[in-house]
Design a protein around this ligand. Structure first.
Ligand SMILES: [Fe+2]
Length: 515
């Protein structure tokens, strides 16, 4: 047993041991070295020669031997005790214990006085805040520990519930969650401060299709090269932009097949539906942006139950964990004080025949009452996106299932459609009452060819395309409110603007993109 307050370095002990006094116990330690431990007053030395360690006799005994007065002896004891503390801390590799009211390293909050003083748990694998239906603000964490991380809300200990227990070998991690009060001012999870929703979000980021493609039919992306798969760079740029909210419009997991032998670009990558793949494809590269702002997660077709659906429900779906994976969930809305975000799960809306629009008909019918006075429709699959062919010289309009289910008509108060799925940036406006369509599938995975086909004037599911900006470049979108509507900016992986668009009513005007 190491008594931090009374262990001494060897150099300081030499003279004392020479006194012949037996209060010092010399004991062998690891590596053949000898550790010297000054026993505390309450412990007895082994063996029959030991006599009680008496506070009155100890100064006299030691002081008498080395010729010090009682006062100087007290000073010496203080010095030796300090040296002992430092030496023992160095031996065991930890800092000396700090009082509960002291500031921990990193400037984090001190433990509140009414926080249970439980032993520290390992840092979680990931931690974030996400928004859900009915004003829900959720703290989420993923941990390999036996229990969920410690959470404090305004310096009061709060409990995280287990959302999904570990399920080895694919998911050897515990998913934890806690509902946060909207009025919370400061929340820490395992000592790390979490971002909280702004009262009026003014700076919104949209990313989409973030994972690294590993699939023979579609190609193998160089996941190990941040130039080829830049999602981690995008996440750092997002953090530097200081968003109030980050929206991911779906498709998180792309590492579906093993990296081919000899391919150094993706060598060593995990693949398949498991925690290691989720960690590599999303949580680790997204970490900087997860720390920067709350997120709103939209489900993509890569999160179908036959693909990454189990992970979607374990980690990201904001509603309670269903007993089994579901390929279709109901729409919900998130009110952001000024604009209502309607989230539509389009994971199973097929891009090509046979089409089955029936499950979505009632969902589109419900949007009218959900939209309020000003709404955006967030989905993964676009209502009216342009998918280029392999040469970029012609396009197909997606998604026919959603077009059939909605009859190409949205409630008038849905002012914007924001989606992913097509691996391009697109800002499209139409004649008539149709809202603009934005596609933001540019945040990591392999891009599609730049569209070179003439677009303006073409018929898009029954309406004329009036403006079209399309870009084949990795990056993300930002939105800030302006005097007449939202200003949308397409940014490259480093956050540099490459196109500015003013969204005013049902029209947009975009600056010339950089070529
Ligand atoms: Fe997709």
């Amino acid at each position: 047993m190491c008594h931090l307050s009374e262990e001494l370095p060897n150099a300081s002990l030499a003279a004392l041991l020479a006194t012949g006094r037996r209060r010092w116990l010399a004991s062998p330690a690891a590596g053949g070295e000898t550790r010297h431990v000054l026993l505390p007053p309450t412990e007895r030395l082994p063996g029959p020669v030991v006599r009680p360690y008496d506070r009155q006799v100890r100064p006299r005994l030691l002081g008498g031997v080395i010729g010090l007065s009682s006062r100087r002896m007290r000073r010496l004891r203080l010095v030796l005790a300090g040296a002992a503390l430092a030496a023992c801390a160095a031996l065991v590799g930890v800092a000396p214990a700090v009082p509960a009211t002291a500031q921990p390293p990193g400037g984090r909050d001190p433990a509140p006085m009414n926080t249970p003083q439980t032993p520290s748990r390992p840092a979680p694998e990931a931690a974030w805040v996400e928004l859900g239906p009915s004003g829900a603000v959720l703290a989420r964490a993923i941990t390999k520990a036996e229990a969920c991380p410690e959470l404090t809300v305004d310096k009061v200990a709060a409990r995280m519930e287990v959302r999904a227990a570990p399920s080895p070998p694919d998911y050897p991690v515990r998913s934890c969650e806690a509902m946060l009060p909207r009025e919370a001012k400061r929340v820490t999870l395992a000592g790390q401060q979490l971002p909280l929703p702004a009262d009026r979000p003014r700076r919104i980021v949209v990313v989409g299709d973030t994972g690294c493609r590993l699939k023979a039919v579609d190609g193998f992306q160089a996941c190990n090269d941040p130039r080829a798969w830049p999602f981690a760079r995008v996440a750092k740029s997002i953090a530097r932009w200081h968003p109030d909210l980050v929206i991911q419009v779906g498709d998180y997991l792309y590492r579906e097949e093993p990296c081919p032998q000899g391919n150094t670009g993706c060598q060593g990558s995990p693949f398949g539906q498991n925690w290691a793949t989720w960690d590599a494809d999303f949580f680790t590269p997204a970490a900087a942006a997860l720390r920067a702002a709350p997120w709103l997660f939209v489900r993509g077709d890569h999160e179908l139950c036959s693909r990454a659906g189990p992970g979607w429900f374990r980690f990201l779906e904001p509603r309670p964990m269903p007993p089994t994976c579901q390929d279709l969930t109901t729409p919900y809305s998130v009110n952001l004080a000024g604009v209502r975000m309607i989230v539509l799960d389009t994971a199973m809306a097929s891009d090509k025949p046979p089409l089955d629009p029936d499950p979505y008909i009632s969902q589109f019918e419900a949007l009218g009452t959900m939209a309020g006075s000003n709404a955006w429709l967030l989905a993964h699959k676009p209502m009216w996106g342009l998918l280029p062919d392999s040469s970029g010289t012609s396009v197909t309009v997606l998604n026919p299932t959603l077009q059939a289910a909605s009859d190409n008509s949205l409630p008038p108060n849905v002012r914007l459609v924001v989606t992913g799925h097509i691996h391009l940036a697109e800002v499209l406006t139409f004649a008539g009452e149709r809202p603009p369509q934005i596609v933001a599938g540019i945040s990591g995975t392999l891009l599609l060819p730049q569209i070179t086909a003439p677009l303006v004037g073409m018929d898009v599911a029954g309406q004329r395309l009036t403006t079209a900006t399309t870009l084949a470049q990795h990056g993300f979108f930002t939105f800030v409110p302006g005097p007449q509507g939202w200003a949308a900016t397409i940014r490259d992986v480093d956050g540099k603007p490459i196109a500015h668009c003013q969204l005013h009513g049902r029209s947009t005007a975009c600056g010339q993109p950089r070529r």
